[in-house]
Write a protein that binds this ligand. Structure first.
Ligand code: PNW
Length: 512
């Protein structure tokens, strides 16, 4: 009798947790990734390609910002050469092949395709470069996941004001049409825009990046408004002219730290929820919520602050009902970048005016959370699980692709801390999948190679392949973390002992 009950319980648990061949350990229902789960690695054009003024490429805002303000880059460097992927992309693909990745998330440089930003001049050599990259990927059966815009706006469009100018949404739609037309036969996963949250920070704080403005609480809000319109225009364009024949999927990559209440007080719990709306709902709510538009809490608070400043209208632009409808539902899956967690407490800080101040939240870190080489990146694996659950609760259980997750150090092939980061975050991901039933279908490691880390230059390394930037060959050399990921991908499971032993000697990947 007792034995039958125990067996019934075991069967129930098995059903509940979707247990498969992997044995449970450390609170994990299974070490196996679900069937069909995809693994990939990511890069971005500006961070790896180099060839900034070769083969017809035009100048973009990051070329301009790094050239004009080397003192704003941590090591005074730029991305004129970077990993030279424009010439060495076959070595990148070889690194993907050697690790066993299913897909490669890379971005296209707008000004390599359209040097003036506009479609009156299409650079054939730009098309040629991405065609060769796609051919190389297809030859190795690696699925391309392509980002159209990873921050590198053509300078001529910045000269028109950049993203705060609504006309940029039309130019983005034109650019998207060129990409669908030329690459859509082979690209089935499109990401329109990478991280609007990060893009607008560089309109609010010049030292963070291009275009380098300090127009906080105004230009950043206007930039977001156009970014959402641009995304929606590209999505509808695909629907109208390309989806039927090309049969791909389109989304936008949003990012946010998980925001955990600093204390259990009601004020802090409310502050954390408000922070989630200001730092994530800002873009997710217009696209994924049932009602669309900006979160109500943002509209209310920014209107109130704007009027108190003596303005006649809110600094947060308004969407007409037509635009609310046009933007809502414009994603075929949920693309999400996650790195870290922050505490949120009720209170005011930040410039007047600013998103930070409008939010009424003070963000901080727990000194106990392990650090990385990046001041903003603390290792808090459980935050990923909480965030995936919040996304599911808030926006429904759309399939989620994690489009970035990774860890920075100061370099070296024996990157134990990075392996620990990947394993601990993947454990939490498995809990979210099996215990919480979060619908996650893929995971992307940032980054395939050490690269130009924006304002941090080459001082913070995210690669699972090392690139020695003083070596003229810029060889891609696998770190221990590449070997660990190779094992995980090969077994489609978090196999034990990933941190120690069995690591073959690093092998230089050089394709001639
Ligand atoms: C991402 N945060 O940005 C970008 O997509 C990459 O280009 C970049 O190299 C990578 O992260 C590492 O920095 C982020 O504060 C910037 O949580 C900031 C945050 C997250 C992602």
């Amino acid at each position: 009798m007792a034995a039958t009950a125990a067996m019934a319980l075991a069967a129930a648990l098995l059903a509940l947790f979707g247990l498969s061949r992997g044995s449970p350990q450390g609170g994990l229902p299974s070490r196996d990734f679900p069937p069909g789960f995809m693994f990939g690695a990511a890069t971005a054009a500006f961070q790896i390609e180099g060839a900034w003024n070769l083969s017809g490429k035009g100048e973009n805002i990051w070329d301009r910002w790094t050239h004009q303000h080397p003192d704003w880059v941590a090591d005074g460097s730029n991305a004129d050469v970077a990993c030279d992927s424009f010439h060495r992309f076959k070595e990148d693909v070889q690194a993907l092949v050697d690790t066993g990745f299913d897909f490669y998330r890379f971005s296209i440089s707008w000004s390599r395709i359209l040097p003036r930003g506009t479609v009156d001049y299409v650079n054939e050599e730009g098309l040629w470069y991405y065609n060769r990259l796609l051919t190389e990927l297809m030859a190795h059966r690696i699925t391309p996941v392509v980002t159209m815009f990873h921050w590198d706006l053509p300078q001529p469009l910045q000269d028109l004001g950049g993203w705060p100018n609504p006309v940029i949404a039309d130019y983005f739609e034109d650019y998207a049409r060129i990409l669908f037309r030329h690459f859509g036969d082979r690209v089935k996963y499109w990401i329109t825009i990478n991280e609007p949250a990060s893009i607008i920070e560089s309109y609010a704080n010049s030292r963070l990046g291009a275009p380098g403005l300090d127009d906080h609480g105004v230009a950043d809000y206007q930039a977001s408004h156009t970014l959402l319109k641009a995304h929606a225009k590209a999505y509808h364009l695909y629907d109208k002219y390309f989806r039927k024949t090309q049969k791909g999927r389109v989304s936008i990559t949003l990012n946010s730290a998980w925001l955990e209440p600093r204390t259990n007080s009601q004020e802090d719990r409310q502050a954390a929820e408000r922070a989630r709306q200001f730092y994530f709902g800002y873009w997710a709510h217009p696209i994924y919520s049932k009602i669309g538009d900006y979160p109500a809490v943002m509209k209310e608070r920014i209107m109130r602050n704007s009027l108190a400043e003596g303005r006649f209208r809110s600094r947060l632009p308004e969407f007409s009902p037509q635009w609310v409808k046009f933007i809502r539902g414009t994603a075929d899956f949920f693309a999400y970048n996650h790195y870290t967690t922050r505490y949120a407490a009720s209170g005011t800080e930040g410039e007047i005016p600013s998103l930070q101040r409008d939010s009424g939240v003070i963000r901080s870190y727990d000194p106990k959370w392990p650090s990385s080489a990046s001041s903003w990146l603390k290792v808090v694996p459980w935050g990923l699980r909480k965030m995936l659950n919040w996304i599911k609760k808030e926006y429904g259980n759309l399939p989620v692709l994690i489009t970035e997750n990774g860890f920075s150090d100061h370099g070296g092939l024996h990157d134990k801390d990075r392996i620990n980061y990947f394993v601990s975050y993947l454990q939490e991901l498995l809990k979210a999948i099996y215990i919480d039933k979060c619908n996650v279908f893929g995971y992307t490691a940032w980054s395939l190679v050490d690269n130009f880390e924006w304002a941090r230059g080459y001082t913070e390394k995210f690669g699972i392949y090392q690139v020695n930037f003083t070596d003229p060959n810029l060889a891609r050399i696998p770190k221990d973390s590449a070997q660990a990921l190779r094992k995980i991908i090969k077994h489609r499971a978090l196999v034990p002992n990933l941190l120690q032993g069995e690591m073959p000697e690093p092998r230089v990947v050089l394709v001639t």
